[in-house]
Design a protein around this ligand. Structure first.
Ligand code: HEC
Length: 207
């Protein structure tokens, strides 16, 4: 008996079930997700990012921050994220609809950054930490991102954007200052925009 057609039919069914489970079902579940418009305030949620923050999102992706940092808060029954203070509520698919590609990440060598903009709301702190994490916490294993900053001699008045390290602390020659490049400014703007503190119907923030 020729069993070849049966074999091909079996292979076809295997691929079909994978396609249904991995492509069709997610499209049905999430494909039409739209922003939620808050009735009271009229705001569209999740809020759109500013142009500079969106630029910073691309810097975040290109620097590989995702290899050490996640951006997803698990529900209370599935992990300790909320107990650790990483967020007030779990994150849901709608939180990511403005992000293409999304940057959920799976590695947690460093803390989750879903709410980095709430936990750490000071731009100067972020710049100093990015420039050299070990100067902010000597046990930090996060790599320094000094190449996002320019060390230059101070001409006249110091720049208002200069990092507030002393030359000795930062290990740079006296009379020099460290100023952020456009990439560093965009990246910090992005980090400050990371806030999942708004209520969605499927994930309300309890107050
Ligand atoms: C090799 C792993 C690694 C990479 C890559 C990495 N980080 Fe980190 N990050 C860490 C670790 C570990 C910590 C915790 C220690 C500390 O605060 O420095 C941390 C802490 C942080 C914090 C403070 C979070 C908090 O809640 O205290 C921020 C913000 C941050 N990283 C941003 C970034 C950004 C932006 C990038 C990409 C430019 C990046 N990290 C790349 C490992 C990493």
């Amino acid at each position: 008996m020729n069993k070849l057609p049966l074999l091909f039919f079996g292979i076809f069914l295997t691929f079909l079930s994978a396609w249904l489970g991995l492509v069709a079902a997610p499209i049905v579940q999430f494909g039409r997700l739209a922003p939620h418009v808050d009735e009271e305030s009229g705001y569209s949620l999740p809020p759109a990012r500013s142009g500079l923050a969106e630029e910073g999102r691309r810097v975040y992706a290109s620097m590989g921050c995702i290899y050490c940092h996640s951006q997803q808060i698990r529900p209370e029954h599935a992990g300790a994220d909320i107990a650790r203070g990483w967020g007030a509520r779990r994150t849901v698919p709608r939180d990511y609809i403005n992000d293409k590609p999304h940057l959920l990440g799976t590695m947690r060598t460093g803390p989750d950054l879903t709410n980095a903009g709430i936990r750490l709301s000071n731009a100067m702190w972020h710049h100093k930490h990015l420039y050299n994490p070990q100067l902010m916490d000597k046990n930090s294993i996060m790599p320094p991102h000094k190449f996002l900053y320019q060390v230059r001699p101070i001409k006249g008045q110091p720049s208002p954007k200069a990092l507030d390290f002393t030359a000795k602390e930062a290990g740079i020659p006296e009379g020099h200052e460290i100023v952020p490049t456009r990439k560093a400014e965009a990246l910090v703007e992005y980090l400050l925009s990371l806030k999942a503190n708004y209520s969605l119907p499927e994930a309300p923030v309890e107050d």
